[in-house]
Ligand binder design. Structure first.
Ligand SMILES: Nc1ncnc2c1ncn2[C@@H]1O[C@H](COP(=O)(O)OP(=O)(O)O)[C@@H](O)[C@H]1O
Ligand SMILES: [Mg+2]
Length: 259
């Protein structure tokens, strides 16, 4: 018997008016794996991440996370259940400090309610200090000089450090599943390789972190994924090890159809 998957979608469908963006998707993400979600432009990759993270709602079908039905769960509930993500377009609040941006990812730890936080101000301050210490540690693993910029505005950072901050924000809540949407966006090949290697290094030290990565840089997908699912027009057309899906004629044809 195989262990149940960490994330399971069954018949997952998303419609935008007449457009079937996701068409009856059955996708399993196993505990501890790095799953590559690939496919031509517009094939539904970001939509899949959006529907499982509660940004879009499913038109039909179901999603389970660690055995619990999360099909209609809110984004807040999902984040508290251990799901975190980064976005294809950067979502940092640039005038705010690195710390302020990262703390947004730790909301569930600070959100004991206004009344509690007003009365238990010592406890709140201690929790904020603990998060700052953890944020500094995480940033240090990515880039030691970044740890010293905890209270600098995010706008003062270069692209690669901004991406690191976004990833730290996803990791600070100690998620089980992290969704990475096109980590290469806005960065060079070398920068992308570097950041992804850093994520994998941190993953090792955290133990058991499961990742879904959407990426068009196939070299990266080949290097870092355990398994891939290929989408085309919202349908799953293939899944398996990268080298097998990459040589599949149906997959090759889907990619040839795009400019
Ligand atoms: N909010 C939306 N409203 C209408 N159509 C959308 C929306 N989001 C995505 N789509 C459409 O759904 C399809 C899949 O898009 P997307 O998931 O962004 O593709 P990918 O990430 O694979 O490039 C595309 O045809 C896109 O135009
Ligand atoms: Mg996309």
């Amino acid at each position: 018997m195989t262990a149940p998957a960490l994330l399971e979608s069954r018949g997952l469908t998303v419609r935008f008016g007449g457009l079937l963006a996701l068409n009856a998707l059955d996708i399993d993400v196993r505990h501890g794996e790095v799953l590559g979600l690939i496919g031509p432009n517009g094939s539904g990759k970001t939509t899949f991440l959006n529907v499982i993270s509660g940004v879009y709602s499913a038109s039909a079908g179901s999603i389970r996370l660690d055995g619990a039905d999360i099909t209609t769960a809110s984004a807040q509930h999902l984040s508290a259940s251990g799901l975190a993500r980064t976005f294809q377009r950067s979502r940092l609040c640039l005038p705010l400090s690195v710390f302020d941006n990262i703390v947004l990812g730790a909301q569930k730890r600070l959100n004991s309610g206004l009344w509690h936080n007003l009365i238990q101000r010592k406890a709140l301050a201690a929790e904020v200090r603990a998060i700052a210490a953890e944020a500094r540690e995480l940033l240090y693993v990515f880039n030691p000089t970044l740890a010293d910029k905890l209270y600098d505005p995010a706008i003062s950072l270069g692209m690669i450090d901004r991406r690191r901050v976004e990833i730290c924000r996803a990791l600070i809540g100690k998620p089980k599943l992290v969704l990475l949407d096109e980590p290469s966006a806005g960065m060079t090949h070398d920068e992308t390789d570097q950041v992804v290697d850093e994520i994998l290094g941190i993953r090792k030290s955290l133990g058991g972190l499961t990742i879904i990565i959407v990426e068009h840089e196939m070299g990266l997908i080949e290097r870092v994924t355990d398994r891939c699912v290929v989408l085309n027009y919202g349908k799953k057309i293939c899944e398996g090890k990268f080298r097998d899906v990459a040589s599949d004629p149906v997959v090759r044809e889907a990619y040839l159809g795009q400019s």
